[in-house]
Ligand binder design. Structure first.
Ligand SMILES: [Zn+2]
Ligand SMILES: [Zn+2]
Length: 661
């Protein structure tokens, strides 16, 4: 009897590499096949990584238990992408594979019966809107790039019709029988977007996010793996789905920081999308009104091709931005709407138009304080204050989810009625607005009131039907909705986000404010934006007031270049965390002693993390700052290999970090 073949199988588990197994079946193994294997004392899912494995030095190998033949193999282009990504992010290859095999129940036996989903391929639907000549030109550039790797940046102001333009490329991709994926940053708010895509592409348009029912998730995953789903609209996790014939990747709102995954495998979905497209040999379209500085630099260096959409589509014009100098406004304490803003709101409501009051802070008040003894309410698991939520009647930690009912008395001095909220959240602004404008219909739009896609869709519907006249919203409001009657946006605290040691603070504020401003006046009326600021002379405020994007980019790029920060240099972070403070510190000290010394690399730290205690873990940080051409992954791998962490201590690597907490 011939010796059975040996294959390499990558288990769907956080392990660094594939392992050899014997192949007991008569038919030969195919790379990418989904299989079941024994691993330790468990039985797990895996993927045949190579059909030629190494025979064992001693002892016997275990058999592959089962092959799942009903699905085509995991495509080779996806396997090379996952391998690249594991290497880049310094993550176990098996942990990265798990991002693709995110629905293990797809292999359950016997297959569970649920409703049958169908994903009809659209048939020659043409654009429902007529494109302007500039839009048509842009669409032609995108469409003619199909069939090969090509990183494109669709750059146009809010309302320029970017979605309609890239939809042309999707239509062309689907017409060639290939699958397309569109990534969106805020999927809970995407019901409207999905509707637009459905109108254009029919029922084959499929939503992919964590809120799907298990049955829908399972059937959808299988259909994508079979190549049956034409168009997937999804959160960043949709990038890893096993598309059988990927022909186009779109990253909408590419500058959005929620594309950065900061849990488990740390990655930036925009950057990974570019590599995914490169491996699949298809175009990737990055879409934004305010492209990230990284993206702008890639265009400058000729790595990405910019496609501009200069005109605001239709009759709408850019809103007028006015800086409200808060040093000159007179406000009673406990109020945040300036007299200037109140006047503008009154005038807008009188015209039967809508107002958005924007504050990027959930809840009622960011801090609760005892007036008598000064006690502040902190999270027991994190070094962070508890945020007061009035609607949910609780104090809540926004980092770990801890919450408690608001106490009747101060736990420190036992004083009654001494607790007082400090600072505003959206709920508090809503309270102030309701008092000032008692006849206005008002609603808070935040992730607390829009938890499910249904809640979100309902609120958005109410806005569109003009059942609401004042909206008080956080950044969830800034996303791409079209509210034609919304003509006034008041940004309560435009300065928030400019403080703190984050290198992208100014950029993020610019993007956010620009996006909020874009909510205003998208219909036939000109919009107006009021930015309440204590620093009206700050370059961010000045360039916003003058719609001066080039001026803003110029100052920011000069600053980053002078400091050697991305995109002119590279950053990586090491976060050391453990429930035991002493062990976390010991491991940190061991790392400090083994710190890499190299030309072109600077290691900052160790320092206690700004959130030194988070979710019950004591945390330390190193920040690595390197020249653009420095092999930072290799340096980190060698560094980690040189020490042994204390038991219970986790070292998380974050390449290209966006959060410094
Ligand atoms: Zn007290
Ligand atoms: Zn907490």
């Amino acid at each position: 009897m011939a010796t059975p073949a040996v294959v390499l199988v990558l288990p769907c588990a956080p392990l660094a590499k594939p392992y050899s197994y014997t192949w007991p079946f008569a038919r030969p193994a195919i790379a990418g096949q989904y299989v079941q294997i024994p691993l330790g004392n468990r039985i797990v899912l895996g993927v045949v990584w190579d059909t030629v494995g190494a025979p064992p030095a001693k002892g016997a190998l275990k058999d592959v238990l089962r092959v799942f033949d009903e699905l085509p193999p995991l495509p080779a282009t996806l396997r090379t992408f996952l391998t690249w990504m594991a290497d880049y992010t310094i993550s176990p290859l098996g942990a990265v594979l798990k991002l693709s095999l995110s629905v293990p129940t797809a292999f359950d036996d016997p297959p569970k019966r649920g409703k049958t989903l169908s994903f009809p391929w659209p048939e020659g639907r043409s654009s429902p809107t007529t494109l302007s000549p500039t839009q048509q030109d842009a669409a032609t550039v995108l469409t003619s790039s199909l069939g090969q790797f090509s990183p494109l940046v669709l750059d146009g102001v809010t309302g320029a019709g970017k979605t309609e333009v890239y939809s042309e490329a999707i239509a062309a991709c689907l017409a060639q029988g290939q699958q397309a994926v569109v990534l969106l940053p805020e999927i809970a708010l995407s019901a409207g977007m999905l509707e637009r895509f459905r109108q254009r592409f029919g029922e084959g348009v499929t939503l992919w996010h964590s809120g799907l029912t298990p049955a829908t998730r399972r059937e959808t995953w299988k259909a994508i793996a079979r190549g049956d789903v034409p168009l997937v609209i999804g959160a960043r996790s949709a990038l890893f789905l096993p598309y059988q014939s990927l022909g186009l990747v779109v990253v909408d709102e590419e500058h959005d920081s929620s594309y950065k995954q900061e849990d488990g495998v740390h990655y930036h979905a925009r950057d990974m999308a570019v590599v995914r497209a490169r491996e699949a040999d298809c175009p990737v379209i990055l879409v934004s009104a305010t492209p990230a500085l990284e993206t702008i630099t890639n265009i400058k260096h000729g790595r990405y091709t910019a496609v501009h959409l200069p005109d605001r589509h239709g009759s709408a014009v850019l809103p007028a931005v006015t800086l409200v100098d808060m040093r000159r406004e007179v406000l009673p304490s406990g109020e945040w709407l300036s007299p200037t803003a109140r006047q503008a709101i009154t005038a807008t409501l009188a015209r039967d138009q809508q107002v958005l009051l924007f504050l990027n802070r959930r809840g009622y008040a960011p801090l609760t304080l005892c007036r008598s003894c000064g006690h502040r309410f902190e999270c027991p698991n994190c070094s962070a204050w508890l945020v007061q939520h009035k609607q949910k009647k609780r104090l809540q930690c926004h980092h770990c989810g801890y919450h408690a009912p608001p106490p009747a008395q101060c736990p420190a001095c036992k004083g009654e009625d001494t607790l007082t909220p400090c600072g505003p959240g959206v709920e508090r602004i809503a309270e102030e607005a309701a008092l000032a404008f008692p006849s206005a219909q008002l609603a808070v739009l935040s992730s607390d009131t829009m938890e499910s896609p249904q809640d979100a869709a309902q609120l958005i519907e109410q806005v569109q039907q003009k059942q609401l006249s004042i909206l008080v919203g956080t950044q969830v409001m800034a996303k791409g909705h079209h509210f034609p009657a919304l003509t006034l946006v008041v940004v309560l605290d435009a300065d928030v986000g400019l403080s703190g040691g984050d290198i992208r603070a100014a950029e993020r504020t610019w993007q956010l404010l620009h996006q909020v401003a874009g909510r205003s006046g998208r219909g036939e009326w000109k919009g107006q934006v009021l930015l309440q600021t204590y620093i009206p002379d700050h370059p961010v405020m000045q360039t916003l007031a003058h719609h001066d994007r080039n001026g803003f980019l110029k100052t920011q790029l000069a600053e980053r270049q002078a400091t050697g920060f991305p995109p002119f240099g590279r950053l990586a972070a090491l976060i050391i965390a453990a429930p035991d403070a002493r062990r976390a510190e010991q491991t940190t000290q061991a790392l400090a002693r083994a710190m890499p010394l190299a030309k072109g690399l600077e290691v900052l730290g160790p320092a206690p993390a700004p959130l030194a205690y988070l979710k019950g873990q004591h945390r330390w940080r190193f920040l690595l700052k390197a020249r653009k051409d420095f092999p930072i992954q290799r340096a980190i791998r060698d560094w980690l290999g040189a020490i042994k962490p204390e038991s219970g201590v986790k070292i998380q690597v974050d390449i290209d970090p966006y959060s410094f907490l």
